[in-house]
Write a protein that binds this ligand. Structure first.
Ligand code: NAG
Ligand code: NAG
Ligand code: NAG
Ligand code: NAG
Length: 268
């Protein structure tokens, strides 16, 4: 139901999001495709022959302007102003680069350490930066640190954060929108956020476990009840659900899955 720029609709698989120290720099390994550096006019500064730690040291000179760096197979050091989050993994895309790439963009969620703290059992744990929010569940979002993403990519990103992670879902119930919107406000997320429901029939949406999204979860945009089978601007089909923070009444509405928006990750 609302408009933002088209980014990309390719599915990516977000995997390991562990943080590591490279010299004095804390960074997370990411896997990028060749195309990732060619869109949005990213600036890529290249240096000759460097080890990973030497390359990381160059980043320290201007970490805000060059949060992502790579050491190529030819041992070149590439510094870029890209904003790929920890856990970014585009290895399934054609043209994946064989380079060792890292991001310093926070949160540098140390998944391995968090799993160890959960005794290796990912169920029943709510590791930081996830938060066990009353009447909402174990969730995490960040307007500040996460780039807006199309639905599929956002979903892969949430799945990559934790073995049982996914976009937010509330099978068989009504979402407590007061509690949920209070959490989103507190996290500074003022725009729409994807939740984990997709269209399974015309105007019918289901959570990842296959259960139907209860009608009490839907909001409206002015007087137009949701889902209205369209996004903004009008067109179709609008196959994914989001919390309508921008134009709706802060409940669920449908929108185009390819639209990059914020998203709510969840450990059910
Ligand atoms: C991944 O790589 C593909 C192909 O190189 C590209 O089209 C896409 O935009 C990249 N990013 C994501 C998030 O899929
Ligand atoms: C990266 O730098 C280039 C050149 O200065 C600029 O055009 C581009 O918008 C920047 N991208 C980001 C994501 O900051
Ligand atoms: C990098 O190496 C190439 C080829 O050896 C050389 O021509 C170039 O001047 C070097 N660049 C820098 C910045 O040292
Ligand atoms: C979250 O908090 C609720 C109580 O509000 C508790 O019952 C539940 O076990 C907690 N879940 C986790 C994963 O900590």
């Amino acid at each position: 139901m609302k408009m933002l720029t088209y980014l990309a609709s390719c599915l990516m698989a977000a995997s390991g999001a562990g943080a590591l120290m490279l010299g004095a720099l804390k960074a997370s390994r990411i896997t990028v495709g060749a195309f990732d550096f060619n869109y949005n006019g990213l600036q890529v500064t290249k240096y000759n022959k460097s080890t990973t730690v030497q390359c990381a040291t160059r980043v320290l000179a201007n970490v805000n302007a060059t949060p992502v760096f790579c050491v190529t197979s030819a041992q070149e050091c590439w510094l870029t102003n890209a904003t790929f989050p920890a856990g970014y993994d585009n290895s399934s895309a054609a043209g994946a680069l064989p380079h060792k790439c890292y991001t310093t963009i926070k949160p540098l969620f140390d998944k391995a350490a968090a799993l160890a703290a959960c005794g290796g059992n990912p169920s029943g744990c709510c590791p930081a930066p996830f938060e066990n929010v009353t009447n909402v569940g174990c969730v995490f979002t960040s307007f500040w640190f996460f780039p807006m993403l199309p639905f599929d990519v956002a979903r892969a990103f949430c799945k990559g954060m934790w073995p049982t992670g996914d976009l937010y879902s509330r099978p068989g119930g009504t979402i407590d929108f007061t509690a949920l919107n209070t959490y989103l406000d507190r996290m500074g997320v003022v725009l729409d956020v994807w939740v984990g429901a997709t269209m399974v029939g015309v105007g019918q949406f289901a959570w990842p476990d296959g259960s139907a999204v209860g009608s009490s979860n839907y909001g409206s945009v002015l007087i137009v009840p949701q889902p209205d089978l369209t996004g903004f601007p009008a067109g179709g089909p609008a196959g994914c659900l989001l919390v309508m923070r921008t134009y709706g009444n802060q409940k669920l509405g449908d929108d185009y899955c390819i639209k990059p928006v914020n998203y709510l990750c969840h450990i059910p």
